[in-house]
Write a protein that binds this ligand. Structure first.
Ligand SMILES: [Zn+2]
Length: 329
């Protein structure tokens, strides 16, 4: 594995005990294959019925990079010199895996094949136990980077810091032969915004079911996703503005749109929000729902699951008291 970062960060990362531990848990029986998907290139397909909440795949990235990387001149980045030097230390097998990934960038972008391949296939990874938006990192994976996008994805990509691996969790039951997909863009957003981002960043036009709805249904889908986006923005600030009825509505919108991970995050934020309002019983009820939903799409390595477990250790009386004191649980 290659990590591209500042020297002081690298010295710290090299000393992590996680490198001595295996990537676990890895499913024993593989339930997928990689194959050509018509009109999409390589993709991942289920080779048996996969149940919602199953771990489909877990693997470590081959290349990890800070997104705040300071390259010595844009030229060495664009012409591939920088990245070619970076991957010289990889094993032949790992280098071959990187060099077999698809480069989505057109020649007109002026980007060399190697940085093009990496940028086309990066997934978010964390370098801290609690995800830190101030320190964004990306990683390239031999298998996970080959999964295609869908605006109502059948699976959820999650980065588990403790075993230090990317994990793929089934977001719903996936039939034998069904495509396994993840999200490349913000899903609680109207079709026009999703398509604009996918086109600008990944150079393709999404033709998924949600993007191909007839006008009236498409407008309804947009209304649900815009409503969900507003609700998440309000509840994630924990400003105490979300009622249980609004939260219920938001989760219903997410479920109607086939967005299991978004429904889980809405319940997570909603539980914290209700706790701030001092509604102890309701907060705990939503904390249980949020914990179970987050565990299904992120597993036990989920920071949200651990936070909700801490909330569930409190009583309704504790929560009411904390709310009266204006303190977060
Ligand atoms: Zn789509």
């Amino acid at each position: 594995m290659v990590v591209i970062d500042r020297l002081d960060n690298l010295q710290d990362i090299a000393g992590w005990s996680v490198w001595k531990k295996p990537v676990a848990p890895v499913p024993i029986d593989s339930c997928f294959k990689l194959e050509d998907i018509p009109g999409k290139g390589m993709g991942m397909v289920a080779t048996r019925l996969i149940h919602a909440g199953e771990l489909i795949c877990a693997e470590r990235p081959i290349v990890v990079t800070t997104r705040n990387v300071a390259v010595n001149g844009e030229e060495t980045y664009n012409d591939g010199t920088f990245h070619r030097n970076c991957i010289t230390g990889l094993s032949e097998k790992a280098r071959a895996a990187i060099l077999s990934l698809k480069n989505s960038f057109p020649p007109s972008s002026g980007l060399d094949m190697l940085p093009g391949m990496l940028k086309s296939n990066y997934l978010e990874v964390d370098m801290t136990e609690r995800p830190d938006p101030e320190r964004p990192y990306s990683g390239c994976f031999p298998i996970l980077s080959r999964i295609n996008h869908d605006c109502s994805p059948s699976a959820n990509y999650f980065f588990a810091f403790e075993p230090y691996c990317g994990q793929l969790w089934a977001a719903r039951d996936i039939p034998d032969g069904g495509e396994i997909t993840i999200a490349y863009t913000t899903l609680p957003a109207p079709r026009v915004d999703r398509q604009a981002h996918l086109s600008e960043r990944y150079f393709f036009t999404c033709t998924c079911v949600a993007c191909s709805l007839p006008p009236i249904e498409a407008a309804r889908s947009d209304t649900r996703r815009i409503g969900l986006s507003k609700l998440l923005a309000r509840s994630s600030t924990r400003s105490g503005l979300i009622s249980a009825a609004e939260l219920q509505q938001g989760v219903k919108w997410a479920e109607d749109e086939g967005l299991a991970a978004i429904a889980a995050h809405a319940a997570y934020y909603g539980a914290g929000n209700l706790a701030m309002c001092g509604d102890g019983e309701l907060a705990l009820e939503w904390a249980r729902r949020g914990r179970d939903a987050c565990r299904m799409v992120e597993g036990e390595g989920s920071y949200n699951v651990r936070e909700l477990e801490q909330l569930l250790a409190l009583s309704p009386q504790d929560l009411r008291l904390l709310a009266r004191l204006g303190r977060r649980p």
